[in-house]
Design a protein around this ligand. Structure first.
Ligand code: NCD
Length: 301
């Protein structure tokens, strides 16, 4: 199957049917044998252009491309000509002469779109500032779908830094295509931006940690690096800590997700509880990103 699309820049560019096609594609690609996967993109090159720190997004895209039989080139920001004053724009232009497809992460909102408009290869947004992280959302939805066999009818809580967290911005928008009810749990200072809340039908906002009747709780890190004022960050750091006792109160079949990295939002003793699904979620980055690369490269499988 093939999705006629050149770039993945914003989740807002995808409708429900397109989201569902990515979910199905990840399932299909995961069910292929390693050899079948390896035959799909031999000889092709993926560039990872990360102008901001990353562990999961970069490594899972690199793993995904290698599982597809392709290879990767990675921009090391510290050791590149960016250090000599070269612009990200020039770097992108040059790298698109080497690679067939690129993933871009930047602290600047709109950076991935700028790359898409100026380079000749498909561009995937690996996170642009506090704006969007669409591939994280696709793997988040894949994780929810795998746990519940569907997404409609679920009660989903988003917790923590809903103001600066790009994962929850993309996820909330994507969930507006599904028949879910959303509870947005955050301190006053890190509430979800109004324009996103306005897109949602069945939504409530609170600062109380009410999680006992949720099917999914999606916790996030307070995005320290995006606060203009350190004192504002200090006011909300540690606002919610999910420990074993707290998560114990969730429904038995509920799932606790987190895009990671966690700082102190989830204590390590939660990891053994059946609700804890954040490492499975991180692992799901590989099949979903294989599907995204394969779809953008127009591979049939
Ligand atoms: C997130 C990000 O970079 O936005 N991490 C990720 O990609 N899994 C979340 C975060 O940094 O808090």
């Amino acid at each position: 199957m093939s999705i006629p699309m050149n770039n993945v820049i914003s989740i807002n560019d995808l409708d429900r049917a397109e989201i569902e096609r990515f979910l199905a594609a990840a399932e299909d690609i995961e069910s292929l044998s390693r050899t079948e996967q390896h035959n799909l993109l031999q000889g092709h090159v993926l560039a990872t252009l990360f102008f901001e720190p990353s562990t999961r997004t970069r490594l899972s895209f690199q793993t995904a491309m290698q599982r597809l039989g392709g290879s990767i080139i990675n921009l090391n920001k510290q050791a590149s000509s960016l250090k000599k004053g070269e612009t990200a724009y020039d770097t992108g232009k040059v790298v698109s002469g080497y690679a067939d497809i690129a993933v871009v992460r930047s602290p600047h909102e709109g950076a991935a779109r700028m790359f898409a408009e100026n380079t000749g290869v498909p561009i995937i947004n690996g996170g642009d500032g506090a704006n969007q992280h669409p591939t994280q959302t696709l793997l988040d939805l894949y994780t929810i779908q795998q746990a519940f066999d569907g997404i409609d009818e679920l009660k989903i809580g988003l917790l923590g830094d809903l103001k600066y967290g790009r994962t929850v911005h993309s996820l909330a928008h994507a969930l507006s295509h599904f028949d879910v009810s959303l509870r947005l749990i955050s301190p006053e200072q890190t509430k979800m931006p109004r324009q996103i809340v306005d897109e949602l039908d069945n939504v409530e906002e609170t600062n109380e940690l009410e999680i006992d009747n949720l099917d999914v709780l999606y916790a996030t890190r307070i995005q320290e690096e995006r606060f203009p004022d350190r004192q504002e960050y200090e006011k909300v750091r540690g606002a919610y800590i999910l420990d074993k006792e707290t998560v114990w109160d969730m429904q038995d079949d509920a799932i606790l997700m987190h895009p990671l990295p966690r700082v102190n939002e989830i204590t390590p003793d939660v990891d053994d509880l059946p609700q804890a699904q954040y490492f499975t979620q991180a692992r799901n980055g590989v099949p979903m990103r294989m599907a995204i690369i394969a779809e953008l490269m127009g591979v049939d499988y």
